[in-house]
Ligand binder design. Structure first.
Ligand SMILES: N=CN[C@@H](CCC(=O)O)C(=O)O
Ligand SMILES: [Zn+2]
Length: 411
């Protein structure tokens, strides 16, 4: 913590932590001496002296595709040579390439890969991440991916919001209408059954609403059917072409829409009115050399702007500190705006801002301790988070401690 403030974590669900078992929530936030007095009789599992350091909320990554097999480094070379994302996709690469490999992978292989990726995200400061399916497209593989995400809830100490993204691409051999019918008639009823039986905890529904993928009408049908079974609407829209996805999302009560490089002015206003969050993905706009989304205009209009890493085989980045840096430089966000977008606003995009995303009494004790007296170093030092993040704490427990940063971060 910096010199002026302090946070007190569990174990302690009441005012006197000594009398209560831990619930992993924040018990007090304020001046160090006031808190010290307040808890003078208490005993703690662990006390960390944060003098000269900063305490930040754990970062929230509002958009990731972390379950897949088969990397696409060869496509990176193709893109550098001038091929566009859609050219590769339409030639059977891109998402289709990943689908082919993910269908062949076993559940254990996918679980191991996911676990390692989530651990890398944790070490980069993310304590809550959205995780999408979407490289199966058929029911069997989509369910395999969702089960892998479900397993990670217990095997990794990171918070997870799970998203069904069966409409990530139109599977080979099907039209978009046939794929839409399959999702509505077969995938969603099965998800509803698994949700009701408690076997799966899927939170959100996603569609890639894009020219040559799912058009506005198919997107509407899928999202409405998902909402009907209790999923939050959180989808890809207005990325490569203006689709009026923002207008549709606002009308359907979407919790969030991602990308939005090609959103219309009317769409921005509609999202602001509907409290629909914009999840901006600076790595993708950078990687694909897309037009940058209009973050400034969105903020001026009152849109809730969140950030995500979009980790996927196309945009291979685990690091929300780097995402914040890109948002500042390329989207002209201030460092304060980027931090809010990577914490409380990202939590909002996942429907979790009551419990996550800020350091407030009663919220989950997810936080980072930065080895610097100015938190802005986390954004300023591009790619430097490994030397800055001293501790990652989830539900009041230290889950990553980086002793090396004590000697590294000031250089
Ligand atoms: N645009 C659609 N989906 C992903 C990319 C997925 C992929 O290329 O594998 C995205 O958000 O960038
Ligand atoms: Zn995506």
């Amino acid at each position: 913590m910096n010199q002026r403030g302090a946070q007190m974590l569990s174990p302690c669900p009441g005012p006197n932590p000594a009398q209560h078992p831990g619930d992993g929530c924040i018990k007090a936030v304020g001046q160090a001496d006031v808190i010290r007095n307040q808890f003078s009789g208490a005993t703690f599992e662990r006390i960390i002296d944060c003098s000269g350091k900063c305490v930040l909320p754990g970062l929230v990554d509002a958009h990731t595709h972390p379950v897949w097999a088969g990397d696409r480094v060869h496509e990176f070379a193709m893109k550098l040579a001038g091929a566009s994302y859609m050219e590769i996709h339409q030639a059977g690469g891109g998402i289709h390439f990943t689908v082919e490999h993910t269908r062949k992978a076993t559940e254990d292989e996918l679980s191991r890969a996911l676990q390692q990726r989530l651990e890398r995200m944790l070490r980069a400061g993310s304590t809550l991440v959205e995780c999408k399916s979407g490289y199966g497209l058929d029911l069997e593989t989509e369910l395999k991916m969702l089960r892998v995400i479900e397993r990670a809830r217990t095997s990794v100490d990171i918070g997870i919001s799970s998203t069904y993204c069966g409409a990530h691409a139109v599977p080979r051999g099907k039209t978009a209408t046939e794929a839409t019918d399959d999702i509505i008639n077969n995938h969603l009823p099965k998800l509803k059954e698994l949700k009701l039986s408690g076997e799966m905890h899927v939170n959100n529904i996603d569609v890639f609403c894009e020219k040559g993928v799912f058009d506005l009408e198919s997107t509407r049908r899928i999202l409405e059917a998902g909402k009907e079974i209790g999923l939050q609407i959180n989808f890809h829209g207005d990325e490569l072409h203006p689709m009026k996805s923002a207008e549709l999302g606002a009308e359907l009560g979407a919790r969030a829409i991602s990308h939005l490089e090609e959103v219309s002015d009317e769409g921005i206003v509609a999202m602001a009115r509907a409290n629909c969050a914009a999840v901006l993905l600076p790595t993708t706009a950078y990687m694909l050399r897309l037009k940058q989304p209009q973050a400034r205009k969105m903020l001026e209009e009152g849109v809730i702007v969140a950030l995500g890493s979009d980790f996927n085989p196309n945009a291979y980045c685990f690091s929300m500190p780097m995402v914040m840096h890109l948002a500042c430089v390329n989207m002209k966000m201030s460092m304060n705006e980027a931090l809010a977008a990577a914490t409380i606003n990202a939590a909002y995009a996942l429907g979790k801002s009551d419990t996550h995303g800020s350091l407030e009494v009663g919220k989950q004790g997810d936080l980072l301790i930065i080895n610097s007296s100015r938190w802005e170093h986390l954004i300023y030092q591009f790619g430097g988070h490994e030397a800055l993040i001293n501790y990652v704490i989830v539900k009041g427990k230290v889950i990553y401690e980086n002793k090396r940063c004590e000697t590294m971060s000031s250089y």
